[in-house]
Design a protein around this ligand. Structure first.
Ligand SMILES: NC(=O)C1=CN([C@@H]2O[C@H](COP(=O)(O)OP(=O)(O)OC[C@H]3O[C@@H](n4cnc5c(N)ncnc54)[C@H](OP(=O)(O)O)[C@@H]3O)[C@@H](O)[C@H]2O)C=CC1
Ligand SMILES: CC(=O)N[C@@H](CCC(=O)OP(=O)(O)O)C(=O)O
Length: 343
């Protein structure tokens, strides 16, 4: 089947190209951006030196003529505008931005400070947390691919919430590599400001707070606001979310491990660390894995959970392809079974 990528020159789009190159059932039919039309993608991205793709402008009808699926790897605000046109032609949409994730347009406008997509489109978009929403993803025409931090966080919290063990006291302390901020340089990501530095940012105002709360509230009736902080660390890729959850009964670390193993044993991209051990970001680098470790603290009655992903793969392009596989009835691992890059 054929696919097109809008936003192909961005970090998420380039990662889609890298992964789709080895996909056994999907072929890239066209690449699109808002600039550099008719130029080869390799002109600016020399790692693609021998790839012949020529960049095109965005024309939904022409894209639908060529492709079965379009990936929108565009900044927030863009797909809210584009998606209506795509919904009127015969093509499935996977949106990597935050535009279609929040079910209430007012919430989107409050956190993203942009105009929301039409309610009808938001209603029809399925939240693409692959491991927990596969049934709906199979039937969807529009997927809202989860954010990078929410992917790591929600996969790490799901078993505790679904099992009814979590209480209202949830703290999520998350860190990201700089590619999470996209390709445009800014003061925050400038090398000399970033190198040998460690920064907290968007305190109490990160746009992923409502996304995480929205999904947690589908698993738990008495959801309370979460504490969620984000940090930028001097590495290119990788997210680590360290989570602290007060549980409503004593549970051993071995029992927790058994719960997580059972929850994820049919999900090839979630790997549970040996009991009492914790993952590092490098063990998932360049791969679609989410690795999780956890332990119970007898002194506080809290569980510490650590979840790591590559923000550009499981946090963006990889999960988008996993969702495309599920939507199209393919093996969910198709094109994604690469081993992480190490060292
Ligand atoms: N980076 C990450 O780790 C993650 C990103 N995301 C989300 O995925 C989306 C893409 O992120 P990322 O790749 O990092 O962003 P980048 O800023 O790196 O890339 C954005 C891309 O969108 C294109 N673009 C911008 N405006 C338009 C437009 N009006 N029409 C068509 N194309 C347009 C740009 O093209 P050009 O400049 O060539 O015109 C560029 O190719 C964002 O919404 C982001 O929040 C989600 C999870 C993780
Ligand atoms: C390191 C870094 O800056 N990361 C970005 C993640 C952006 C993102 O993925 O945002 P949406 O998917 O919600 O558009 C951030 O914290 O805003």
């Amino acid at each position: 089947m054929n696919v097109s990528i809008v936003g192909a020159t961005g970090y998420g789009g380039l990662e889609l190209i890298r992964l789709l190159k080895n996909h056994p059932n999907m072929k890239i039919a066209s690449l699109h951006t808002s600039s550099k039309f008719d130029r080869k993608i390799s002109e600016n991205h020399t790692h693609l030196l021998h790839e012949d793709f020529v960049l095109e402008e965005v024309n939904p009808e022409k894209i639908a003529d060529k492709s079965d699926i379009v990936f929108l790897a565009t900044p927030s605000g863009v797909s809210a505008e584009l998606v209506s046109a795509f919904s009127q032609v015969n093509v499935k949409v996977i949106d990597l931005s935050g535009d279609l994730r929040l079910k209430t347009p007012g919430e989107y406008e409050k956190w993203y400070k942009k105009t929301a997509a039409p309610q009808k489109i938001i209603d029809s978009a399925v939240y693409g947390l692959s491991e927990w929403n596969a049934q709906q993803i199979k039937e969807a025409n529009i997927i809202a691919n989860p954010g990078c931090y929410p992917t790591a966080t929600l996969l790490g919290l799901a078993p505790l919430f679904i099992e009814g063990l979590a209480t209202e006291d949830v703290i999520i302390d998350a860190k990201s590599g700089v590619s999470g901020a996209g390709k445009s340089p800014s003061e925050m990501t400038h090398f000399s400001d970033m190198n040998e530095n460690f920064k907290i940012y968007k305190v109490h105002e990160h746009q992923h707070i409502p996304e995480i709360e929205q999904q947690l509230s589908t698993w738990s009736q008495n959801m309370q606001p979460i504490t969620f902080t984000t940090h930028l660390v001097p590495m290119t890729r990788g997210i680590m979310a360290t989570m602290y959850v007060k549980v409503n009964k004593r549970i051993s670390t071995q029992e927790l491990y058994d719960l997580y193993q059972t929850s994820y044993n049919s999900h090839p991209f979630v790997r549970i660390q040996r009991s009492g051990q914790f993952p590092v970001t490098k063990q998932v680098y360049g791969s679609n894995f989410c690795d999780i470790g956890m332990a119970y603290d007898e002194r506080t009655g809290k569980v510490t959970i650590v979840s790591v992903i590559d923000n550009l793969v499981k946090g963006a392009a990889g999960q988008a392809i996993q969702n495309a596989n599920i939507m199209m009835g393919l093996d969910e691992t198709a094109g994604l079974s690469t081993i992480p890059i190490y060292p």
